[in-house]
Design a protein around this ligand. Sequence first.
Ligand SMILES: NC(=O)c1ccc[n+]([C@@H]2O[C@H](COP(=O)([O-])OP(=O)(O)OC[C@H]3O[C@@H](n4cnc5c(N)ncnc54)[C@H](OP(=O)(O)O)[C@@H]3O)[C@@H](O)[C@H]2O)c1
Length: 280
Amino acid sequence: MRVLLLGGGGMLGRAVRAAVPAGVLLRSFTHAELDLCNEAQLRSALAEGADWVINCAGWTRVDAAEEHEAQATRINGDAVGVLGRLAADAGAGVLHLSTDYVFDGRLDRPYREDDTPNPQGAYGRGKLAGEQALQTVDGGRWAVVRTQWLYGGGPSFVRTMWGRATAGQASRVVDDQWGAPTHVAELAQVLWRLVGDGVEGTWHAAASGYTNWFEVARAVYAAVGADPALVTPCSTAVYGAKAPRPANGRLDTTKLGKMRLFDAPLAEALHPSRCGVLGP
Ligand SMILES: NC(=O)c1ccc[n+]([C@@H]2O[C@H](COP(=O)([O-])OP(=O)(O)OC[C@H]3O[C@@H](n4cnc5c(N)ncnc54)[C@H](OP(=O)(O)O)[C@@H]3O)[C@@H](O)[C@H]2O)c1
């Protein structure tokens, strides 16, 4: 199987590269090597032949997207549609990454794949535009994988807390946003399995269990031997980040579980203390 990886230099992209299964011919492109918004570069990469494209490239600066929505949506929305069309012309499927930020976070249960998106911020709107652009490509094969709270081998909330805990710094962290910290190494295995099986459609893929950011931070402090009391809770409203974030970002992964992609559950209940086990 021939696979093109876009965004191969990012946090998830590097994990996908590291987990490439035997028998896969992988060609990976960093941002510097291939700009998702450059149609000619996309065409030329696809011309060499591919069965699947895994797209880990994207604008990921959630707060900055509020001030640069057009730019973020050009990458996360428009360019994904162009990728889908060119891939379809070349006979390749596209596995694309999306996010819980496409939901408004007001539901009182974990979000299923067929729940109605209603993004509250610019980043979520751009990501939803990308999903929709891909889904409406004539004759395209696509899989959209919504995930959340990634960490491992790159800048992330967990890594930031790790640094602050190690330095003995106090942190004020929101305790009213819920989700599951998901390690990129585990997600990468899921992505490879989906691609290997040629699975299409929308999928929610996150670690099982759920928690809030305050509890994650406390677990990280504990994992590095710092005093968890250095972490104090606050509300999203008081914290005042530029971009709105879903209060309930929990993703229902039942559909993925039914696929029996793994003998064991996709990811065992991920207690935040695993942030320490898996590494930031
Ligand atoms: N991190 C999370 O918690 C999270 C949660 C849900 C979904 N996701 C999704 O998962 C995917 C991977 O995220 P990540 O955490 O690995 O983020 P990341 O580390 O920021 O990786 C994104 C990569 O995309 C590259 N990129 C940006 N604009 C590009 C363009 N026009 N052309 C080609 N490459 C471009 C970036 O390169 P530069 O840095 O050089 O610009 C970066 O290497 C994204 O689609 C993101 O929306 C992430």
